[in-house]
Design a binder for this molecule. Sequence first.
Ligand code: AMP
Ligand code: ZN
Length: 493
Amino acid sequence: MTIRLYNTMSRKLEEFKPLVPKHVGMYSCGPTVYWNQHLGNMRTFISNDTIKRMFIENGYDVKHVMNYTDVGHLTNDDDDSGEDKMEKGARREGKTVWEIADMYIKSVESDMTDLNLITPITPRATDYIKEQIKIVQDLESLGYTYLIPGQGVYYDTGKFSDYGALGGQNLDELRAGARIDDAGKKNPTDFLLWALSPENSKRGMEWDSPWGVGFPGWHVECTAMSRAILGDHFDIHTGGQEHIKVHHSDEIAQSEPLVGKPWVSYWVHFAWLMAKDGKMSKSAGDTLTIPLIKSRGYDPMEFKFMMLMGSYRQPMEFSWAGLDAAAAGYKNIVKKVSDLLNQKSDKESKSAAIGSAQRDTTAASKASEIINQKSFDLWHSKILGTVSDNLRTAEALAQIQELLRDGDVDSMTKIAVFEFVDRLLGLQFIDRAKKLIALESAPVPDEIQKLADERNAAKSAKDWARADEIRGKIDAAGWTIVDTKDGTKILKK
Ligand code: AMP
Ligand code: ZN
């Protein structure tokens, strides 16, 4: 199947051609672990996961690396100034930088599990200090660096003629647009490769180096970790859109003198999830997190559904009303899948009954599993084709609604397509549908049944106030009463 991705470098939708047939090496800039990850970060992690799942469903072996930045990311990304975000986090919480890193790595791992993301390889920047020092030494011997005493080793972007190509600007344009730099850099776009620790103060994280005690610059870590794990060249590099102009331009400037050009084949960037008043960001103290939405009763799958209803290249604004709408849409599909599963089990029990009459239960239950292969193939390639074409997930979700409505496709085949959709998008429709069925058939405790009977009696006596009062009690006990045309149903909430 043709796979196309939008490549920021060429500014075109390009057909994907792997470096090694049927293999994909992919590196994603991961979280700086100094605070809880917000829903914007999650949007990016979901997009990474969707790319990965799309390749896997196309038969590729995917090696996906997403780093944890646990050192060197300064508070001002654009010009490498300010304080190390990790040190800031440690001070805020009265903990060591190492404790902060461990704590927030655990929290992001738990978020990724909640979102059913396939676990990437997750190196920590502090485990690759030797590799980072070696890269700085190699760049130094190639003449790309200079030292500013007391500050650190800088990369001289004036030496790299392609600097800025990813962001579509050359160095002269970037120089013209930059603010006056007072750090003594040769070019405003030059960046720190190795920062020296301030004199007379000890940082929580620092290492010895040929230039003195200090810590690596943020950009050099991604070059080091991707190279150590994926090799000198790899297929895809991803990250949020803010990385185009600085972080990823700097990664390219560091890597290509060492490994040759092009270092990476495809650059994929994700648009932001916005808060009401601008980009959702940790530094703005945004507290919209997966634990928060869970505490408000949302399933993380509903948030993921909301993200996949958008295009990864378009910004999206988060709102609770938007999440409510997505939750309703998601629940609606889950309900329909649970109906399909119920039809399947009805069929299975009928087949088993026939089978036992015929003393051939295996054959009978096999018969109930039969799907219409032609119809399955059609929907499979339609949906996979849509997602493989630059991740048009919103359209794929519309296609699955179409499938649910299609009266010519039998329930067994629809379930088989949903099994594939769950692998492709990781939305756990079948799992949630099974949970719904389990809830709907949960045994009703005697006392709840008694209350329901009393309510029915009150209703028959037209004592609505009493009926409502009893409904309240049932509700408070964690059950819900649904009046259907077949009578009253009691469901676990
Ligand atoms: P950070 O921890 O801020 O370095 O971010 C980790 C990843 O999340 C990076 O790839 C960022 O580009 C991405 N990211 C940060 N904020 C947002 C946002 N509001 N929307 C989407 N992605 C984001
Ligand atoms: Zn990076």
